[in-house]
Design a protein around this ligand. Structure first.
Ligand code: SME
Length: 162
């Protein structure tokens, strides 16, 4: 079972993300600041990054955007690949407590043990996603899921009003 992050901490970080959203000059800047915030403040969020659907690509592909953490070879992911592809294809948040047990998992780092991927919606359609890896098993509980979904919503809203 996941050990969720401290609700007081997630609440503080949620408020900080809301402030970033009103201050950011662009969606790109908001994604940069949110990845920095989550990586710095949430101790189990060891890699935090955005993948965005490439406009007009056929077949569709997710392209790595702003991120914090180690460099990854997965800069472009098809919708039929990885946990990232599955989250974008289904439009559902995916939480994987133990990546070793999920055959879909595309390894970025040997240290990664659990992962959450939250789709970003723009005008009701998946436009990208927020992907977070942890060096800890089952790092993402309900509090974390709510926080990451909130951050993904902020980016989606910002992309709608750019
Ligand atoms: N693990 C992801 C690939 C992206 S890296 O985590 C940065 C996946 O399985 O889709």
């Amino acid at each position: 079972m996941a050990i969720t992050s401290n609700p007081r901490k997630t609440d503080d970080v949620r408020k900080a993300a809301g402030r970033l959203s009103s201050e950011a000059r662009s969606a790109d800047q908001l994604m940069e600041k949110i990845s920095l915030l989550l990586n710095k403040e949430m101790l189990k969020y060891n890699w935090v990054g955005f993948y965005m659907l490439e406009a007009g690509a056929s077949p569709p592909a997710l392209v790595l955007g702003r991120y914090q953490g180690a460099m990854t070879v997965h800069t472009r992911i098809g919708l039929n690949q990885g946990i990232c592809g599955a989250a974008a294809a289904s439009g559902k948040t995916l939480v994987v407590d133990d990546v070793k047990k999920d055959p879909r998992y595309l390894a970025c780092s040997l240290e990664t043990k659990s992962e959450i991927v939250v789709p970003i919606f723009v005008h009701g359609k998946v436009a990208g996603e927020l992907d977070i890896d942890s060096h800890f098993l089952a790092a993402f509980g309900d509090e974390d899921r709510e926080l990451v979904e909130y951050c993904a919503q902020l980016v989606g809203k910002r992309l709608e009003h750019k």
